[in-house]
Write a protein that binds this ligand. Structure first.
Ligand code: GAR
Length: 198
């Protein structure tokens, strides 16, 4: 059984897609050990609790320095002996020590077709705002391994989604989630758990 930890910052719809995929058997050989949030009020923590998954908050607000926060985050993660760390809307840049220690054991979902609309400052709705501003006709989502850069690690899956006339960032975000993110993220976890992706 792959021991999986999911890191979140917000609503946790991707976390929910993972929980549902485990329940329905779309993800096998994996167990959700813990959900860790950097925000105390993240609804994702409620989703974890509602599904009997340990829910932990490590907030930068509780530490005087970034280094202390980074250490607390590392210690928390280390405590669960995880085989895979899933960044599901985790809006914190991971310390290099963590990405090195868990090389090829951290994956991230990003709401665009990398290398478009990614890197520092591109997260959540902002990604879709920029895509609409540029007038792209096709966007999508990417699951990739996490390395020391921002959105630079090897790509695992991508799925394209059409932009439609009259889209707002919110409408486009929802379509990208439904048609891409909630599909390719659980699939990546299942494929890693079953040795299809190494
Ligand atoms: C998702 O759209 C995810 O792709 C994005 O944050 C959202 C989290 O939603 N992540 C990034 O932008 C990372 N750069 P959720 O909390 O409902 O899963």
């Amino acid at each position: 059984m792959l021991r999986v930890g999911v890191l979140v910052s917000g609503g946790g719809t991707n976390l929910q897609a993972i929980i549902d995929a485990v329940a329905s058997g779309k993800i096998t050989n994996a167990k959700l050990e813990v959900v860790i949030s950097n925000k105390k009020d993240a609804y994702a923590l409620e989703r974890a609790k509602n599904n009997n998954i340990e829910a932990v908050c490590v907030s930068p607000k509780d530490y005087e320095t970034r280094d202390e926060f980074n250490k607390a985050l590392m210690d928390t993660i280390d405590g669960y002996n995880l085989d895979l760390i899933v960044l599901a809307g985790f809006l914190v840049v991971l310390p290099a020590e963590l990405t090195r220690k868990y090389a090829r054991k951290i994956i991230n979902i990003h709401p665009s077709l990398i290398p478009s609309f990614c890197g520092d400052g591109f997260y959540g709705l902002k990604v879709h705002e920029e895509a609409l501003k540029r007038g792209v006709k096709v966007t999508g989502a990417t699951v990739h391994f996490v390395d020391e850069g921002t959105d630079t690690g090897p790509i695992i899956f991508q799925k394209a989604v059409e932009v439609e006339e009259g889209d707002t960032p919110e409408i486009l975000q929802k379509r990208v989630m439904e048609q891409a993110e909630w599909i390719i993220l659980p699939k990546a976890i299942n494929d890693i758990a079953n040795g299809i992706i190494k």
